[in-house]
Each structure stands twice: as C-alpha cells, then as structure tokens.
Design a binder for this molecule. Structure first.
Ligand SMILES: C[S@@+](CC[C@H](N)C(=O)[O-])C[C@H]1O[C@@H](n2cnc3c(N)ncnc32)[C@H](O)[C@@H]1O
Length: 255
C-alpha cells in the first residue's frame, strides 16, 4: 500500500485550517493548490517579500482563509466578489467563515465589487498602502474578463509578486488558455512559474505567474521545498519551461 504524501504550507495556522477547516468551507479550489500556494507565501516570507493578498472570486472564503493565514502582521487579505451568486447571502457566509476559521476583522477587507469595473488605483486604495504579493484570480471565466483581471493584477503586484490563475486547462473553459498565451506575449516581463495540477474536475489546475526576473529565485527554492510533488518532465511553454507540481508524479510506462 502506498501512503499518500500530504502537501503542507509550513505555516502552523494555515496547516491547521487545511487539516480541519478547508473541506468544511464550501468552495472549489483544491486542498493541494491551497497548500502549494500557501507554501509559496512561506517562501516569500523567508525571502523577505512583503505585501498583501487579493482574491477575485472570494465566494465563501475557502481559498481566501488559507491565504490569509499565511500573511505576516500588518498585511491584509482583500476578498473581492460580486457576492450575488448563488444568492446575496453568500457575503454573510463569507464573513462568518472567515470569523469561524480565525481570520480577524482587522486582517481582512471584504469588497463587494465587479472586478471588471474597478481600477488598480481603487484596489490599492482599499488596501491603504503597499502592493499585493499574491493575487488569486478566480472570478468570471470568460476570455474578456480574465484578460481584464490579469491586467488589474499585473498593475498592483509587487515586483516579487505572484498571480495565481484558477481553472486553467479545465475541460469546461478550454479557451481561457488563449487569453493566458496572449497575455504572456504582450507581457514578456512575466512568466509562468509553475503549474499546480488538478485534484478533480471541480478542484482544477492553477497556473502561477511571476516576473521573469524572479523566476529562477523562486524555482531554486521550490525544487527543494516541493520535491515530492515535482512531475519530472515539467511544462513546455515554448521556449520557456516551468515546474509541474502534482499529487501524481508518475511517467507513462513505455516498456
Ligand atoms: C468559482 S467561485 C470562486 C471559488 C473560490 N475562489 C474557492 O476557491 O472556493 C467564482 C466566484 O467569482 C465571482 N465572480 C464572478 N464574476 C466576478 C466579477 N466580475 N467580479 C468579482 N467576482 C466575480 C462569483 O460571484 C463567484 O463567487
């Protein structure tokens, strides 16, 4: 029998939430993706990278709470959502889940907003100073909306900041990849840092983007930190390569 290896962030509060709270909060992101993304925030903490967290599509708070637990004192988590789906009470459930799972009021900012109708200035004003070190985009899954969300995120992240994109390569949203490719072509200063493989069709794949000049610094640490989850062949973005992190690191049998 093989014992499954469980991914951790390495941050006590975040790992306690992943172990006992994550699956109880209604949501879609995978526990594996939350552990890897939280692990990236721990790497940022150790590198001295500072800043806030922002999420488009906070929903009931499942992924948001994990990220908030990875922040240092004085940093904030900004939860953005239109908070209308599946009903307006979703905002109350978001607030209640944050409180229940230990994200204090002074650490989180709830923002009922359409991400496509706001500006980088308004977003930064909400945070009251400082840039974003990790931005999770999980809002409207159309090409146009993703393109706008990507531009918004790019303008508010720190030089060492990370942008995490949900539902990449999802069978239900195959054209989102076209937007990502177009974005990478118009933003040569950005690169895909890694792909976080899906757990299920609901808990789908995420891409993590960073500035190209930060790629090697992150990758060097990630090779050690995430060793058990590195799929040996990596991902080919022609000509750029990046890490693929997965719970299943097997290769195809060829003999
Ligand atoms: C799939 S859910 C997010 C799940 C959540 N991030 C998680 O990991 O559990 C998508 C959310 O995006 C929100 N949304 C869709 N379009 C949006 C927009 N233009 N601006 C802000 N939020 C939006 C929806 O209201 C919904 O709550």
């Amino acid at each position: 029998m093989t014992i499954p290896i469980v991914a951790h962030t390495g941050i006590v509060a975040a790992d306690a939430y992943l172990a006992a709270g994550y699956e109880r909060v209604v949501g879609m992101s995978s526990r594996f993706a939350a552990a890897i993304t939280g692990g990236l925030m721990r790497i940022q903490n150790e590198m001295g990278v500072e800043g806030h967290v922002a999420e488009i599509g906070a929903f009931e708070g499942r992924f948001f709470i994990a990220l908030a637990h990875c922040l240092k004192d004085g940093e904030k988590a900004l939860g953005m959502d239109i908070f209308e789906w599946p009903n307006p009470e979703v905002e109350d459930r978001f607030e209640a889940n944050c409180a229940k799972h230990g994200v204090p009021d002074d650490k989180r900012i709830t923002w009922k907003v359409n991400s496509n109708e706001t500006t980088p200035e308004a977003l930064l004003a909400k945070l009251g100073g400082g840039k974003v070190r990790l931005f999770h985009i999980d809002g409207e899954h159309s090409r146009k909306a993703l393109a706008q969300d990507l531009e918004l995120a790019t303008q508010v992240i720190d030089d060492a900041g990370l942008i995490v994109l949900d539902d990449m390569l999802h069978p239900g949203y195959p054209t989102l990849m076209v937007t990502v490719q177009a974005y990478l072509e118009t933003h040569p200063e950005m690169a895909v840092l890694c792909i976080i493989d899906r757990e299920t069709i609901v808990a789908a794949t995420k891409f993590v983007l960073c500035r190209a000049d930060w790629f090697k610094r992150y990758e060097t640490v990630m090779l050690e930190t995430f060793k058990p989850f590195i799929w040996p062949l990596g991902a080919d973005f022609e000509p750029h390569w990046c890490l693929v992190l997965s719970l299943d690191t097997r290769l195809a049998a060829i003999t």
